[in-house]
Design a protein around this ligand. Sequence first.
Ligand SMILES: Cc1ncc(COP(=O)(O)O)c(C=O)c1O
Length: 351
Amino acid sequence: MFDLQKITRKNIWELKPYSSARDEYTGKSAVFLDANENPYETGFNRYPDPQQRELKEKLGQLKGIAAENIFLGNGSDEPIDLLFRVFCEPATDNVVIPDPTYGMYEVCARINNIKIKNVSLTTDYQLDVKRVLEAADNHTKLIFMCSPNNPTSNRLDASDLKEVIRGFSSGIVVLDEAYIDFSNQESLVAELDRYPNLVVLQTFSKAWGLAGIRLGMAFASKEIVKLLTKVKYPYNINIMTQQKALEALDRVDDKEKWVSNILEQRNWLEAELKKQQQVETILPSDTNFLMVKVKEPKGLYAFLVDRQIIVRDRSKVHLCMGFLRITIGTEEENKRLMEAMEAYRSKSISN
Ligand SMILES: Cc1ncc(COP(=O)(O)O)c(C=O)c1O
């Protein structure tokens, strides 16, 4: 049923990718006179491994999948952009994007001149499976789903995710799991074998505490990984990023400790915020942030900025009217936020 060649852009399917020096000779100790590098040692005078073999091996062991099912990019944003470039014919094809969700899917679609079919989430922030599948036509190449979802912070129903993946065999379903470490939801990485049209995205930017190194992961069939690899810049993951990620994979305990602290703080902050008369609703969160509906989003936002506490104003976003998005900070940072909330309340009373 699923025909990868049929949905891939012809020029990409036929593309002979650039073959770098390090693609052609992969051995270790040798006199390297093949890449026009500077021979003097700086720690960085050599090009990085274009295939990131060591990193993919180690990551594969952690995730329980083969290295050939892993694509690594400059943040998740790179595989998002590459998916458009591999599958979507500019000015002809379209993609289905639930609304609201992470903004980069739409921006990448626009950059690549791909039409967008937005399908609203339901009023309880779930996928409207029927409308998502009905929105797909002969020119739909990608359907995006983000679970747990940004900005609504909830996870999407697992059976709905699978229904969309099964129901859309004429294209690729991209499931963004950037926040999966903060959720009890099972990752679909374990089920990749069952779904040849599935691409799962994860990132080192959230639970791993490494937003600064820019490292995103796409997990998919080896055929899809090959297509993404053909199109990427030859040395897209630099040596420093590969080294930092390898170090992080040796310290999974740190990540788990951060996640558990963040979840504890999320509970604390939610309970404290609920006591504030300013707060109307807090959405159930499966992420490292809270979506908080407040009576005066503009006023509160500006008041917090004045105190150098920066949250994200999402109050004009579809289905999120009046909401501020608040990332969970350290215990001290969260206390500072609550002190500022108290100060805002006192100011409102005295006015
Ligand atoms: C849903 C989602 N996906 C991806 C990203 C970005 O990840 P990266 O830093 O790996 O590009 C974000 C960042 O906020 C996000 O919310």
